[in-house]
Design a binder for this molecule. Structure first.
Ligand code: AMP
Ligand code: ZN
Length: 494
């Protein structure tokens, strides 16, 4: 989707009256969203640990975050979105025990940790693109920000929050009065959870590593010098350091999956607020529920029960946007169960939606060239005000996408003119991201004239009008009428 289209949406809603409400994990309440700086939003989303492919559970979380971002844009906010890539420091146990996931991945595949990180980062970005997820404005890798992480640990050390044990520098969680404010769990319960992975030297079970030393006599693939010794950063420090670097010491929204609440995000808050003394560090915390498999079990890379976009959809010839559609059908704070049947149903549902939209167009045509950009097409009118309000009401109620999809069906059934229906639905698709408009032009692909189309496009680019006219006649002989529009060539079946 072009920026232009999004800006148009902003104009249309900037004087709208619908307030945006989001469920804040910090307060356990739906709250009216009020940004720190008027009209602007700083958004940080925890990225992938790149030691394997993203599974469709991870991708559910990235889809929820994309919907959030699109809803913010739709409401007229300017969004600065930062996403990290965890390429060092995340150990097999979330509490700093076990092996580094990257080094483990490297051993599994006979590659270096650096090669593993590069490969899976590329694959991750490919998946996001296939799901029509808008790229963050800033990508940041943990290994590119070692200096910032060391600086932050130094600040914490100066303020008396750290201590040293044999395998690293740790954060003393007993020094933070409101350590459990995000999890809302009694401290005793958090401590009990932390005892699963024991490190006898730690002062408190919930304490976590800020910097881990490379094991004596061993050279790790990823290690750096530091004031405390050669080693690598703990997992949580990267997100505190990088988010503050790019979004400032206080910012609006931070997201992830629900598994991050009790450990990762709790520790990120402890680090950031202890280092700056500013509270709250982040105003709104949003968490997406899990994608489960086989009756309520979390899909997880470590469990080996995971499916990738490639395996679950693409290899079977299913449009990846079918998964996006499936995710939209479930509210982000409800668990979602994966099954082949659910994907099949979503496939039917999305095809139906595309067909409903196509039925609103007057002729069968295929379009080539140009950015298909709504605003320049004559047959699509601006969105209907009443339905737009209803749609906003739904998405602004803590991203209620199932209800927003129900509004789409209301539009189809309404007495609006076809053009207005189409314009309204294409406007809603700025939030859904299902490429409805693009789909309208793709459906009668005239294979028998493909070569002629390509030649004519070339001729037009070279401004060879004589040749272009000759090719038009050739195409007409094959049963198509050609129309040259502002957005490219369009072909109608005669
Ligand atoms: P990780 O690569 O483990 O850091 O996870 C990347 C993102 O995916 C995080 O926001 C996790 O909370 C999220 N996540 C992990 N497993 C699932 C799952 N089964 N369903 C939804 N989100 C998940
Ligand atoms: Zn994070």
């Amino acid at each position: 989707m072009s920026q232009q289209v999004i800006l148009n949406a902003n104009k249309a809603t900037s004087n709208g009256v619908k307030k945006l409400f989001l469920y804040n994990t910090l307060t356990r309440k739906k709250e009216e969203f009020k940004p720190i700086k008027k009209g602007k939003v700083g958004l940080y989303t925890c990225g992938l640990t790149v030691y394997n492919f993203a599974h469709i559970g991870n991708l559910r979380t990235y889809l929820f975050e994309d919907i959030l971002k699109r809803v913010l844009l739709y409401n007229g906010y300017k969004v600065k979105h930062v996403m990290n890539i965890t390429d060092v420091g995340h150990l097999t146990g979330d509490r700093d025990m076990g092996e580094d996931k990257l080094e483990k991945g490297a051993a599994r595949e006979g590659k270096t940790a650096w090669e593993i990180a590069e490969f899976y980062t590329k694959e991750f970005k490919k998946d996001l693109e296939r799901l029509n997820i808008i790229e963050p404005d800033i990508w940041c890798k943990a290994t590119d920000h070692i200096k910032e992480q060391i600086e932050l640990i130094k600040k914490l050390e100066k303020r008396g929050y750290t201590y040293k044990i044999s395998d690293g520098i740790y954060f003393d969680t007993s020094k933070v009065k409101d350590y459990n404010k995000l999890s809302h769990q009694p401290l005793e319960k958090l401590r009990a959870g932390a005892r699963v992975e024991v490190n006898e030297e730690k002062k408190n079970p919930t304490d976590f590593a800020l910097w881990k030393f490379s094991p004596a006599g061993e050279k790790r693939q990823m290690e750096w010098p530091s004031p405390w010794g050669v080693g690598f950063p703990g997992w949580h420090i990267e997100c505190s350091a990088m988010s503050m670097k790019y979004l400032g010491e206080q910012f609006d929204i931070h997201c992830g999956g629900v598994d991050h609440i009790n450990i990762h995000h709790t520790n990120e808050i402890a680090q950031a607020e202890s280092a700056t003394g500013k509270k709250p560090w982040v105003k709104y915390w949003l968490h997406g529920e899990f994608l489960n498999i086989s009756g309520g079990e979390k899909m997880a890379k470590s469990q080996g029960n995971f499916l990738t976009l490639e395996n679950a959809l693409i290899k079977k010839g299913i449009n990846p946007l079918v998964y996006r559609f499936a995710v939209l059908q479930t509210h982000y704070r409800k668990p979602m169960e994966y099954s082949e049947g659910a994907i099949k149903n979503a496939e039917k549902g999305l095809k139906h939606l595309y067909n409903q939209a196509r039925e609103l167009t007057d002729t069968d045509f295929y379009q080539i060239g140009g950015q298909v950009g709504g605003t320049t097409l004559h047959s699509i009118s601006p969105p209907n005000k009443k339905f737009k309000d209803e749609f906003l009401q739904a998405v602004n109620d803590d991203l209620n996408t199932p209800q927003a999809l129900a509004v789409v069906q209301k539009v189809f059934k309404s007495s609006l003119a076809d053009e207005e229906k189409l314009g309204t639905i294409i406007d809603f698709d700025k939030v859904f991201g299902l490429n409805i408009e693009k789909e309208l032009y793709n459906f009668v692909k005239p294979e028998n004239i493909e070569a002629l189309i390509n030649e004519r496009e070339k001729a037009r680019k070279e401004r060879n009008f004589k040749e272009s006219d000759r090719l038009r006649k050739e195409i007409e002989k094959k049963g198509y009428r050609v129309e040259d529009t502002e957005v490219g060539m369009r072909f109608f079946k005669k």
